[in-house]
Ligand binder design. Structure first.
Ligand SMILES: Cc1cc2nc3c(=O)[nH]c(=O)nc-3n(C[C@H](O)[C@H](O)[C@H](O)COP(=O)(O)OP(=O)(O)OC[C@H]3O[C@@H](n4cnc5c(N)ncnc54)[C@H](O)[C@@H]3O)c2cc1C
Length: 356
């Protein structure tokens, strides 16, 4: 059996940044992922400007800046056929940036490996023993701590009894990468309609991404909506994901802690999920270092849970408001039409989301 200080399940942003921090502090870290990297991920590919502070703090700013990307200069919100809001970002160089997820996640995973974490790709976790054993398709791993950073359908959360009872979520996400049309500018375009919403932007000089969230109760055939809005791309290979909404899980129990989407899923619309994943990865790594130094890692769960709670209490309220509104897209369409002549409220919310 392979033995480490911390076993991290999932090499998305939450898992990789936690692995990087812990490996830099000279802890033995195993980072497991069922996928071979680089791997695709359903996402709008926009990284919130709050992440700049993280790159700066970890000495990763230059390396992040060197990734193929698109600086995003602003955001437009369209409601059915009318543009109801436009915002130019104050400082595009340090504003939101779009990067293909296979590129971004592979970069961060590689940085974690460079720091000393051991990466195990194509290693699917099949079971968790709360005493510190992780069962996988490659055999068992043992750790003083287990971090579940395995996304919204987290097996770690389910097997550890941390996941709340599932509620049916009727919303499904769809995503496709396409060659960027030459007329596409450098803005984030969000578009709301009765059955859901979609967003699109460039994520490099040559490629763009479209992501959609559709209410399956309003449409039996999502391709019908794809054909309506993107007739040229209907035959492309669209990736699919659900649930979009899920009640938060408990942040941990004993040696098993949850990070990123595994603990709490935010509404994709505001483009903050990657930031929350990174921030929770950092908080968990900081707390774990204290617990490992005391030779009682589980004792630091309280520290992690408090800082996790505070992070979302301070920052996620706009997202929660947006999610409440978007669970019934037709209501949001009506609301936004009324607010068309009152852009200051949308502007206030948008500035909160893009604040560093
Ligand atoms: C439609 C849509 C658009 C979005 N757009 C944006 C956006 O523009 N900006 C933004 O910031 N956020 C966006 N998000 C949210 C963002 O994608 C997530 O919040 C973010 O990826 C969470 O990171 P994570 O590290 O927690 O999990 P993930 O990135 O989901 O990584 C989890 C990892 O765990 C691995 N894994 C899962 N199960 C197992 C297992 N059993 N064994 C081993 N490994 C396993 C997976 O292979 C994966 O690599 C969007 C989400 C959706 C659905």
């Amino acid at each position: 059996m392979s033995s480490h200080d911390v076993i991290i399940v999932g090499a998305g942003p939450a898992g990789s940044i936690a692995a990087l921090m812990l490996a830099r502090a000279r802890h033995r870290v195993a980072l497991l992922d069922r996928a071979a990297f680089p791997r695709a991920k359903v996402c709008g590919n926009c990284i919130n400007p709050a992440a700049w502070d993280i790159w700066q703090r970890l000495g990763l700013k230059n390396s992040f800046e060197a990734l193929p990307h698109q600086e995003l200069s602003g955001f437009t919100l369209q409601c059915e056929d009318r543009t109801i809001y436009r915002q130019a970002f104050r400082s595009p160089q340090h504003g939101p940036r779009a990067i293909a997820r296979d590129v971004f996640d592979d970069w961060l995973r590689h940085e974690a490996e460079k720091a000393g974490a051991e990466f195990f790709p194509e290693t699917t976790v099949t079971g968790i023993d709360p005493k510190g054993i992780v069962q996988t398709s490659r055999g068992d791993f043992s750790g003083k701590l287990i971090f579940g950073a395995d996304g919204r359908n987290s097996i770690v959360a389910r097997q550890s009894g941390l996941m709340p009872a599932p509620r049916r979520c009727h919303r499904v996400a769809w995503q496709v990468s396409i060659p960027a049309p030459s007329e596409l500018d450098d803005q984030i375009h969000m578009h709301l309609f009765e059955e859901g919403y979609f967003g699109y932007c460039r994520h490099s000089a040559t490629e763009a991404v479209i992501s959609m969230v559709l209410d399956s109760r309003r449409t039996q055939d999502p391709l019908h909506l794809v054909r309506r809005y993107f007739p040229h791309f209907a035959e492309q290979n669209w990736l699919r994901m659900n649930p979009i909404t899920r009640a938060p899980a408990r942040t941990g129990s004993g040696r098993v802690w949850l990070l990123g989407d595994a603990a709490r899923v935010v509404e994709p619309f505001t483009g903050e999920g990657i930031y929350f994943a990174l921030a929770t990865g950092l908080l968990a790594a900081e707390a774990a270092q204290k617990g490992l130094a005391r030779n009682n890692p589980a004792s630091a769960l309280g520290t992690y849970s408090r800082s996790h709670w505070l992070l979302y209490a301070r920052r996620a309220w706009v997202n929660t408001l947006v999610r409440w509104s978007l669970t019934t897209p037709s209501r949001t369409v009506r609301l936004l039409r009324k607010m068309e002549h009152l852009p200051s409220f949308v502007s206030f919310l948008s500035h909160r989301v893009h604040a560093t």
